[in-house]
Design a protein around this ligand. Structure first.
Ligand code: CP
Length: 308
């Protein structure tokens, strides 16, 4: 497809193709000379209607390392503040003939709407839409797991926290299943687990963190998405840490060589203790580096005129 909007219907072959490109770029990001001419003459516009540190910066760097011209637009400093609809902003930017529009939006489905409205060859890349999907985050997580553990097949992965409001979790669940994970567990209070998750998403649900972490190969911690939680009864931060926070003792329930991950931004002392975030099992910062390689791969394939 010309656009990259989610992982729900993306095949293992397509994911592997992106991972192979990303693995090549992963070597490049640590070289003294980090640039290639791959996207020379191409234009990438990052259009962010919601805050971001990792995704926006890494898409910008990824485009620049590929020699594309990269423009960043932060909605709080754009004409949407003067009453322009976000779709008119998209159409206006398309008229400047970019090759890729990278969109983050608080509403689920916004990048899909934008993709449907474009009339040019421009590709839309979803950088996170509401509680729906964040596909490049899930791919950087898959790359990180593969680089540390080898193939995803046979692994047991626990996603802990607010999976009900998490686009990251939704994309991860699709990608982990497609890539052959043995088991995906969701751990959290009832109010923060998606409705009918076991039937709808093919996962195992645990409300007891110690039981859910037993023997897992990968632990992915999530923050409570307070900006998306409306009306749900949630525990206080202190209570949440007692029930679901990842400390050294809880890591001990998992496999001996467990990988601890977090997409960021993390809330230390709420979902994860500093001793774990900064500890020997943590790959939280390598996730960020791998994200750069994944975004280079996705931009190369889409802004470079190939379909992913
Ligand atoms: N993981 C992630 O999407 O982080 P940002 O919100 O900082 O982009």
């Amino acid at each position: 497809p010309r656009h990259f909007l989610g992982l729900e219907d993306v095949s293992a072959a397509t994911i592997n193709r992106i991972l192979e490109e990303a693995t090549r770029f992963r070597h490049l990001v640590e070289q003294p000379d980090k640039k290639t001419d791959t996207l020379k003459g191409r234009t990438v516009i990052n259009l962010f209607f919601e805050s971001s540190t990792r995704t926006r910066t890494s898409f910008e760097l990824a485009g620049k390392r590929l020699s594309a011209d990269v423009i960043n637009i932060n909605a709080s400093a754009s004409a949407t503040q003067k009453g322009e609809t976000w779709m008119d902003t998209v159409r206006t930017l398309e008229a400047m003939t970019p090759d890729a529009l990278v969109i983050r939006h608080a509403e689920s489905g916004a990048p899909h709407l934008a993709a449907g409205a474009l009339t040019s060859h421009c590709s839309v890349i979803n950088a996170g839409d509401g509680a729906h999907e964040h596909p490049t985050q899930a791919l950087l997580d898959i790359l990180t797991i593969q680089l540390h553990k080898g193939p995803i097949q046979g692994l047991r992965v626990a996603i802990v926290g607010d999976t009900a409001h998490s686009r990251v979790a939704r994309s991860q669940i699709h990608a982990l299943h497609t890539m052959g994970a043995d088991e995906v567990r969701l751990i959290g209070p009832k109010t923060l687990i998606p409705a009918a998750a076991e039937e709808a998403l093919g996962v195992r649900v645990f409300h007891d963190a110690d039981a859910g972490l037993e023997g897992v190969d990968v632990i992915i911690m999530l923050r409570m998405q307070m900006e998306r939680i409306r009306g749900a009864a949630v525990p206080s931060q202190r209570e949440y840490f007692r029930l679901y926070g990842l400390d050294r003792r809880r890591v001990g329930r998992a496999a001996d060589d467990v990988l601890v991950m977090h997409p960021g931004p993390m809330n230390r002392g709420v979902e994860i203790a500093s001793e774990v975030a900064d500890g020997p099992y943590s790959v939280i910062l390598p996730q960020v580096t791998n994200g750069l390689a994944i975004r280079m791969a996705v931009l190369k394939l889409l802004a470079g005129g190939e379909s992913a």
